[in-house]
Design a binder for this molecule. Structure first.
Ligand code: GLU
Length: 504
């Protein structure tokens, strides 16, 4: 069998959407699962839709996800260049080639002329389509005489190349995920293949490059399924063998109906882009998973499972494990519903798998003010990671390790503090924190508090609750003795005094 070669072919028209990341990931996983190659090709023939910085964004996003291309604009490769705008010299020959067949013709209609026809149709309640029913009445080489065409060409009249869609042919198409289906060519129009500046459009450049780059499998979003008929005929016209196709279903809104959009992300508070993206025109920033505190491993694991179920319904898989398990035949035909909760669940799971040291590195890479020695930070991480969905939660939920409380939660105060509490805590502080210079560990502190409560015939709650309130400012956090060990005797004593003064 020929080598498996799969390409991800985004257009640099904006940031990569979640769906784009999933396409890239499945392209990569399939290629690698077959011992094949994964190619990144930038499809930038549509200069009107080009967005500054989008290509760099795509490269950076894939890099962050760990989806490494074997060939790409940056890396190069045996079929370089990998940017369509740099491949014009390759396309020209193929334009000539297709014009020699019966599958293409040239058309001189200006956009004003076509707009006028469209408006005419609309006025009649019709929709205009440049197709096998209308083309014989329009300004093209099929409808005009040879002399007229020649004169127009001599006068350098601009023209486009259009595909000549065959009349009333049933195309039997096949998709790896969706199976077999057929399309009648009468439902398809005569797409522009080459624009009047000589640059091919997406459809033509796409099949030329897939052929030139020896792509064996095209795995892409389902929005391209309606183009499969045209693409199949283009391969026929060029007398090339077509690759195999697989069209991935949509990623759906959290409610399950309709395509997931940026607006859903804004509404429900989750990103739809892998990295932050600043619109070069408006300056608007769209939030990214990276900047929102997602770990790349968690992010791609979540994305991979939007539409694919590995064997045994396993959920946590590394990129290597996914590569081993990936099976295009097991990719779902139905759309995959996005769930913010599930995304967070994955992140939580991956945080638990990180060592304290790794999490410390991540936290140090953020802009949090971690003004404590590493040794203490590692202990805080150890105590707090269990409840963290995002690395910053470790800091935010453990803020009291860094700063003494300046206020006390009202409800908690009512519950934890009464007239006797100040005396109890004063005595507790005296009896357990007065060993000069010596710090106790959590276990010893726990025993001491226990003994103190027992001696005073107090329930543990009467001691632990106000103590927690004094140290944390609310009734949250890990075990009180753990907090005490980390803060140290002096700080515990200060916080107890602060609370006593506050409740006076
Ligand atoms: N350039 C197209 C896009 O932006 C690629 C479609 C394809 O993979 O054929 O999605």
């Amino acid at each position: 069998m020929e080598k498996v070669r799969v390409r991800f072919a985004p257009s640099p028209t904006g940031p990569l959407h979640l769906g784009g990341v999933r396409t890239a990931l499945y392209d990569y996983l399939f290629a690698k699962s077959q011992g094949g190659e994964f190619v990144l090709r930038i499809e930038d023939t549509d200069t009107a839709r080009y967005v500054e910085g989008a290509e760099e964004y795509i490269e950076e996003a894939l890099e962050w996800c760990g989806i490494t291309a074997d060939e790409s604009p940056k890396k190069g490769g045996k079929f370089a260049p990998y940017r369509q705008s740099e491949r014009r010299h390759i396309y020209d020959g193929y334009t000539e080639q297709i014009l020699k067949t019966d599958y293409a013709y040239i058309a001189f209609d200006t956009s004003e002329e076509l707009d006028a026809i469209r408006a005419e149709y609309e006025a009649r309640g019709d929709v205009f389509s440049y197709d096998n029913k209308t083309r014989n009445r329009l300004r093209n080489s099929l409808a005009l005489s040879e002399e007229e065409v020649e004169t127009l060409l001599l006068n350098k009249t601009p023209y486009v190349v259009r595909f000549k869609m065959p009349v009333d042919r049933t195309l039997n198409l096949e998709d790896i995920i969706r199976g077999k289906f057929s399309v009648n060519t009468n439902t398809l129009d005569d797409k522009v293949l080459v624009k009047n500046d000589g640059m091919p459009t997406y459809h033509f450049a796409n099949i030329i490059d897939d052929h030139e780059m020896k792509i064996s499998h095209v795995i892409r979003g389902e929005e391209w399924l309606p183009s499969l008929g045209l693409h199949t005929l283009l391969y026929e016209a060029m007398d090339w063998e077509a690759p195999q196709f697989a069209h991935l279903s949509l990623i759906l809104k959290p409610e399950g109906k309709g395509k997931l959009s940026k607006r859903d992300g804004d509404k429900f508070g989750f990103p739809v882009f892998p990295l932050n993206f600043t619109d070069p025109v408006t300056g608007n920033v769209s939030k990214g998973y990276r900047e929102s505190g997602y770990l790349p491993e968690a992010f791609i694991n979540m994305v991979a499972l939007l539409g694919w179920s590995p064997a045994d319904d396993k959920e946590i898989l590394s990129l290597d494990e996914m590569t081993k398990e990936f099976d295009l035949n097991k990719v779902h035909k139905a759309g995959a519903r996005f769930s913010k909760e599930k995304a967070e669940w994955f992140n939580h799971q991956y945080i638990q798998m990180k060592s304290d040291e790794e999490l410390l590195e991540i936290l140090k890479g953020s802009d949090l003010n971690l003004a404590l020695p590493d040794e203490k930070l590692l202990k805080i991480i150890h105590l707090m990671k269990e409840r963290a969905t995002f690395p910053k939660d470790i800091y935010e939920n453990g803020k009291f390790f860094f700063e003494a409380p300046t206020s006390y939660d009202e409800k908690a105060s009512k519950k934890a503090w009464n007239d006797e509490t100040s005396d109890i805590l004063k005595e507790l502080a005296l009896s357990i924190l007065n060993i000069e210079g010596k710090e106790d560990n959590a276990e010893t502190l726990k025993q001491k508090i226990h003994d103190f409560a027992e001696k005073k015939a107090l329930g543990m709650g009467k001691v632990m609750m106000p103590l927690r309130l004094a140290l944390v400012g609310e009734l949250k956090g890990p075990d009180v003795p753990d907090i005490m060990e980390l803060l140290g005797n002096a700080e515990v004593s200060t916080r107890i005094n602060n609370a006593i003064n506050n409740f006076k």
